[in-house]
Design a protein around this ligand. Structure first.
Ligand code: GAL
Ligand code: CA
Length: 349
């Protein structure tokens, strides 16, 4: 029988499928929640990467670090060879590393960067992510260029850009850095700004829509929106459409980040002004390759991983949207029937 690849989206705490096998290595993956568009893209790409390699099993942690900790213990008890962890709470990575170190199961963190002092606890812990400062900078530079070339964007004609920010989760490095460097880029490009509203919508479309509605109720002078990710940008667009924008010449520049398919479509349709591609494919590939090498007892290096390593870190660059971004942005996801005993859904590429 061809090597079996089963990806389980675990929703039950104790429904761990057996992931041990005397000869066969297996990589356990835990993601912070199952309804995050960007993370789902990463999982899809990990699934397609594993097609010709070591099988993976994927669990989702219902946005709870407790659930994730128990899931990781379950994976360790079952004898998995290595792990890819997208931490619910990145400050909990130290405990995760301790657990894995005791069991001698090496791991790769993904997307939610552990604190440096935690990464220092074990030389078999790795991180794959993207430099969020660069994303903020790209978004800020685009906004500045747009502002300069579109005098009509200054709706009240005061020479100041009045805007709102929809932030991701508080404490997530991507929320902090994308916002900070967006503002820096505007300042460096000489754009005078006034922040009319700022708040967290936790990466979520629905929360962003509600927050944007409250911003619109509070102030009718908003001239632009910067959202820390595409889902929140789409939520802001939902609220703006509802309030009559994008109709009859009323245009609001909205910027996001991630380059998920829905955002690229919104860009094509003229709703979203700009997004930056958060490269799910290459982040997934780098994490999977490191986890595979670790599962085989090897020490990953740039040559074997195929990506430049900065110590135990791999940084995947953000990319500009280009023609063809939509068609190349999807991994493969096929949902098949579920064996009653083990989980709510099974995905096999
Ligand atoms: C960010 C991404 C967000 C969300 C978050 C989850 O990099 O832009 O959309 O997926 O990671 O940690
Ligand atoms: Ca203005």
């Amino acid at each position: 029988m061809a090597r079996l690849l089963i990806i389980l989206i675990l929703t039950s705490l104790f429904a761990f499928p057996s992931c041990s096998s005397d000869e066969e290595p297996l990589i356990a993956v835990s993601v912070f929640r199952s309804d995050d568009a960007f993370i789902n893209d990463v999982v899809d790409w990990i699934a397609s990467e594993s097609h010709d390699g070591i099988p993976v099993i994927v669990g989702e942690a219902e946005n709870s670090q407790d659930v994730q900790n128990r899931m990781i213990s379950g994976f360790l008890d079952e004898g998995c060879s290595s792990m890819i962890i997208n931490c619910v709470d990145r400050t909990a990575a130290g405990l995760v590393i301790e657990k894995c170190r005791k069991a001698d199961v090496p791991l790769v963190f993904l997307n939610r960067e552990p604190l440096k002092e935690d990464m220092a606890k074990w030389d078999r812990a790795y991180y794959v992510g993207a430099r969020a400062d660069v994303c903020g900078e790209m978004a800020g530079e685009y906004m500045a260029a747009y502002w300069k070339s579109h005098p009509e964007a200054d709706r009240n004609g005061d020479g100041i850009l009045q805007f709102v920010i929809l932030r991701g989760e508080t404490g997530h490095q991507d929320s902090e850095l994308r916002t900070e460097y967006f503002l820096k880029a505007l300042a460096e490009n000489g754009v005078r700004i006034e922040r009319l509203g700022e708040g967290s919508a936790n990466w979520q479309r629905g929360e962003a829509r509600a927050l944007m509605e409250s911003f619109l109720r509070a102030d009718d002078g908003i001239e632009a929106v910067f959202a820390n990710n595409d889902m929140m940008a789409l939520g802001a667009i939902d609220a703006l459409k509802e309030a009559g924008w994008f109709d009859g010449g009323q245009y609001m520049p909205v910027i996001g980040c991630d380059g998920i398919d829905e955002a690229l479509e919104a860009m094509e349709q003229g709703y979203l002004l700009y997004t930056v591609i958060n490269d799910s494919e290459n982040q997934a590939r780098a994490a999977y390759r490191i986890a595979s090498l670790l599962a085989e007892g090897k020490i990953p290096d740039s040559a074997s991983v195929g990506y430049g390593m900065d110590g135990r870190y791999v940084w995947i660059p953000y990319r500009e949207v280009s023609t063809g971004s939509i068609s190349s942005s999807r991994g493969s996801r096929i949902v098949t029937d579920v064996p009653a005993s083990s989980s709510d859904s099974i995905v096999t590429p």
